[in-house]
Ligand binder design. Sequence first.
Ligand code: SAH
Length: 361
Amino acid sequence: MEKGGGRPDLAGMERHALEAALDEQGHERFRARQIFQWIYRRGVTDVAMMTDLSRELRAALAHRFTLDTPAIVHRDTSVDGTEKFLLRLSDGKTIESVFIPDTPSMTFCISTQVGCAMACAFCLTGKMGLVRNLSAGEIVGQVRVLADAVSMRDRKFNIVLMGMGEPLHNYDETMKALRILNDEHGFAMSPRRMTLSTVGLLPALERLAREPIMPNLAISLHAPTDLQRGELVPLNKKYGVSDVIDACRRFPLKRRSRITFEYVLLAGVNDRPEDARRLAKLLAGVKSKVNLIPLNAAPGIPFERPSDEAINSFAEILADRGVLVSVRKSRGRDIRAACGQLIVEGQRKSAAQQLASIAFQ
Ligand code: SAH
């Protein structure tokens, strides 16, 4: 299955692992630093181009490792500047990644899985089920490809793990990807520029709380009661609202930082004044901010986006109770790049998945 006959992928290795592999093969450890600089700083996708390494070393690297880079199959640009990329992985599966400029930051929205097992009721990706996890190399690969495609390699950008998939359901590869992105000889990204969004897989959230590299945390809450949330987020039956909020209270936050609670607003379902009041009460004393996401409607999604008045009055109720609140601007809707809208068709589908068109948040 793996391209390259099971050879390790240079682009998915942490620097210490690459150093150890080089050492084992009789090469100098510090070559790992040069290789990192070529791959991440200069955007090289072929070891032959790493011209400060000897020909012998380049030949040895080409023989022992692959250097996998997702291929851009399709690229769409929205009127608002958002760009959506359809990327093909080495086994032919496809994922989507989005570049969202001027938020005011420059942001890459990155996938962590092909499909998703969480099956949230309003999310198209959820309809597709989980096809497979992405490797760390494929997660970082999206950043490498997008940074080149939109000429951001030498500029600061943020990443949000809000693409296809549940990052905490692919814990090890996701954390490895964050460590590679953080490497001082690679992108050298600060964890402050990384946001991990999760539906609340509690055991993994507890693990995250002990990580040395701590991204910003966003929790997909979507409803203030178990009754409502259970209808929208199947995982709520396992880890309920109060469990999630308790875990958030315990989560170690840096000074001045807050947990973002994402709340997709669905007309008549979770957008009523009493929902807003309950939400404010639930979050009292939690260092939080609420990001309201008016539903991005799509065929096959049995909900509607609330009116602007309903959205505003929901936000006002929260603000009046001292909750920090923002409404997420829908970006790239014309190219179906907004939250819950990205569609990747043509994956190998199971019978159940055939029923739904394959999608990406
Ligand atoms: N699995 C992770 C990350 C991906 S989803 C999570 O659930 O947090 C990123 C955000 O987009 C989540 O808050 C998700 O609930 C939201 N989303 C999914 N479908 C949506 C839709 N149709 N409209 C608006 N937001 C949606």
